[in-house]
Each structure stands twice: as C-alpha cells, then as structure tokens.
Design a binder for this molecule. Structure first.
Ligand code: PMP
Length: 401
C-alpha cells in the first residue's frame, strides 16, 4: 500500500506542495512587512486624525506598488477588494450595469474562471445576451470568432491573461486590438498570470484587470481591480463610499499592505524566479509525457512558466490527487470543477476533450518552495500512482477485471 511505501502522514516525509495555482503560502518577507499592521493598523483610512492618516498612507503605498507591477497610470487606478472573485464581479457587473444604455450584451471566453462566468450568467438571467467565445484545442481564444460576436452593444468582454487549469497564455494584445477596434472595453483576469509573466496594462491595451493577493504570495483577504482612468463602473457594494465610491467597506489593512509588498517582490524577482520554475516545469513535462497514455493539456510553449498539466487515460483525477497526497505531494485536478459537482472541468471540455478524457486530469503548479532536486521524487510518485490506478481501472487493459 502507498501508505507504507511512502509514509503517509509520516512527518518525516517532506511535503511537496504543487498546487500554487489554488493558493500560495504567505511569503515570510511579506509577513514580516505586514504583520505590524495587524497590531497597529487599526486606524480607519477614511478618518482624518493621525491614526487614520497613517492607515491611509499604508493603503496608498500598497496602491502604488500594485500600479507599478502592471504599469498602471497611477495609484488611483487601483481599487482594493476582498478577493479576485470580488474584483471579477465588480469588473463585469459594474461595467455591464453602468452601461445598459449602450447595450445589453457581454462576452467571455469559454475557459474563464467561474467568478467571471457566473456573474455573466446572472446578467443573462436578467435579460443580457452572453456571447461565449470558443478556444482551440490548446486553449487559445478564437480571434475570428471574437471579432464576429462583438457588437456595439457589448458592454464588457472578459478574457483571462492565462488559464489556471491548462496554463495557456492568451494573445492579449491581439484580443485587445479586436475589442478596441470596435470601441469596446476589455476586462482581463490576471489572477493566474500575475507575478509569473510581465503585465503592462498600457502596452497590452487593458481597461480592467483583476489581481489576487494570495496568488502573489500575499495574505488571503485582498484582491484588486485596475480600472483605466475614465472608465465608469456601477459599484456592487454600497455604503461609506471607500475606494473612490466603487467598493464601500473599511479596507483590510493587513491584507492590502501585504498584497502591496507581495507585488513589489513579484516585480523585482519575477524574471529570475520564472526562469528557475520554467526549468523545473520543462523537466516535469519531459518525464511525465513518457508515461503511456499521458498527455500534456494546454499550449506547450505559450504557457505559464510554473504550470504543468496533464491528462491520463483510464483513470480519475480525484484518485490521482488522493494517491499523490499519500506521497505527501499536493496536486490539483481539473476533473471536478469548484462548484463541487462531479461534472468534468468546463475548461477541458472547451478544449475539445470528451467527458471520459476530461476526468483524468492532474495539474502541477510549482512555486517558491520547490526545487529541481524534488523533480525525480515527483515523477516517481506520478508513475507509481498512474500504474497503481490503472491496475484498478476496469477501463484499462492493465486492469485486474
Ligand atoms: N480567477 C482565476 C483565474 C483563479 O484561478 C481564481 C482562483 N485562484 C480566481 C479568479 C478566484 O480567486 P479567489 O477565489 O481568491 O477569489
């Protein structure tokens, strides 16, 4: 049994965390920077006395660091939220509802995160038309189709910078040209891409961009929306009018200060860290695709530097995840989407996989705690896991049945 072979729940077996796309541990330097604000950052940034002004200074400092990460025009272009989900909701509902006089159409790729697709579906229930733009077998948005479906009534088009399940990086500049040629707004969910590849909202032609704190090694509890100067949104949270009236509610100073510092660290260290992760990612892919019935999912070259995703014939993603955990290696699977249904991932179906193919998926996302020495251990665990599960699978000719 794997428990005995690899010491399941044995503290001596080193944990290898490979699910950085779901969440990342707060970086010690970020924690060191921000922890003081848990104790002393009680001031309300909207208050005019000194404690409040100090809180406001912390907030503005974080705003500057985020604007610098993405080359935003200035700090006023950053709106803090509590999560990337909230930023996506604000971008989509905020733009669509503010611009109903211009039209009642919204558009998104079929592989967007559910925090983009669900607010769009909600708008659809309320009379909006939702145009879904297909992707090819690598997960790249179909530019001709994009051009075809956008009309003057499309108030917001949302395409992610890179996909969290298959790692594919989208041709954002070409997408933005198509959207802007029609005089429309482009929202980009950069949750999976930020901190790994350079993002320049001005050069890329992005109107609204979502960022997540914990995806940058910042604390959980903060997200941000970049809003290009001049773009008007309807707020979705109403109250005291914080964040230029776009997101009422006292800001989470600890999380926001940490997010700012995480953004600064990402900007300074991104090139070097991406190079290091890419070397490890390439080695993982090279080894894992040698397994019979194993295939890379997503684009082989236009992909995030830390992202290696696969599908395996005749086995289930959940079983892979649980078996890998017995080796104290944490991976994720795209086979059950986060709505906790047993439906296969909408992303894998969108790239043209059949239901049974989409069920056997495994996603490995590397991060700062990983190193090249771990690669043989990971590869060995994957090979043993696949072999063990195939022996149990009635679908495989290696099965015992
Ligand atoms: N967008 C993408 C691409 C994601 O991967 C995620 C999840 N990490 C989100 C949005 C939502 O992030 P959160 O659950 O932190 O709000």
């Amino acid at each position: 049994m794997p428990q005995q072979q690899c010491g399941f729940r044995d503290a001596k077996v080193k944990k290898i965390y490979l699910d950085h796309v779901s969440s990342k541990p707060i970086h010690p330097r970020v924690l060191e920077f921000a922890k003081g604000y848990l104790k002393h950052g009680y001031g309300n940034p909207s208050s005019l006395y000194s404690v409040g002004l100090e809180a406001k200074r912390i907030l503005e400092d974080a705003r500057i660091k985020l604007a610098e990460l993405i080359n935003g025009e200035n700090e006023n272009s950053i709106i803090f939220t509590a999560s990337a989900t909230e930023a996506n909701n604000l971008a989509i509902r905020g733009t669509a509802l503010r611009n109903v006089s211009k039209g009642r159409e919204v558009a998104a790729s079929t592989i967007e995160h559910i925090s983009v697709l669900n607010p769009m579906k909600e708008l659809q229930k309320n009379g909006f038309t939702l145009n879904l733009i297909p992707v090819d077998s690598m997960g790249v948005v179909d530019l001709a189709k994009l051009d075809e479906v956008l009309t003057k009534n499309t108030t917001v088009t949302s395409i992610m910078y890179a996909n969290n399940e298959i790692g594919t990086i989208e041709p954002i500049r070409e997408i933005s040209t198509t959207v802007h040629d029609k005089g429309l707004y482009l929202h980009v969910d950069a949750t999976a891409a930020a901190g790994y590849i350079p993002i320049d909202v001005k050069a890329d032609g992005i109107d609204l961009l979502t960022l997540s704190s914990n995806d940058l090694y910042g604390p959980q509890g903060a997200g941000a929306l970049y809003v290009k100067p001049g773009i008007k949104l309807q707020p979705i949270l109403l109250g005291g009018g914080q964040e230029r009236g776009l997101r009422s509610g006292t800001e989470n100073l600890f999380a926001v200060a940490g997010m700012g510092e995480a953004a600064r660290m990402a900007k300074d260290e991104m090139a070097q860290e991406a190079r290091r992760l890419k070397g490890m990612r390439d080695k993982l892919i090279e080894e894992i695709v040698t397994i019979e019935g194993a295939y890379l999912t997503g684009d082989p070259t236009q992909r995030l530097p830390h992202h290696a995703s696969f599908r395996f014939e005749h086995i289930e993603g959940e079983s892979i995840l649980l078996n890998m955990d017995m080796y104290n290696i944490q991976v994720s699977t795209g086979s059950a989407c986060s709505s906790k249904t047993l439906e296969p991932s909408h992303v894998l179906l969108a790239i043209g996989l059949k239901h049974e193919e989409a069920h056997g998926s495994m996603v490995l996302t590397l991060g700062r705690s990983n190193n090249m020495e771990e690669i043989p251990t990971i590869v060995k665990a994957v090979k043993e896991t696949v072999e063990r599960l195939r022996k149990l699978s009635p679908l495989s000719n290696k099965g015992v049945m």
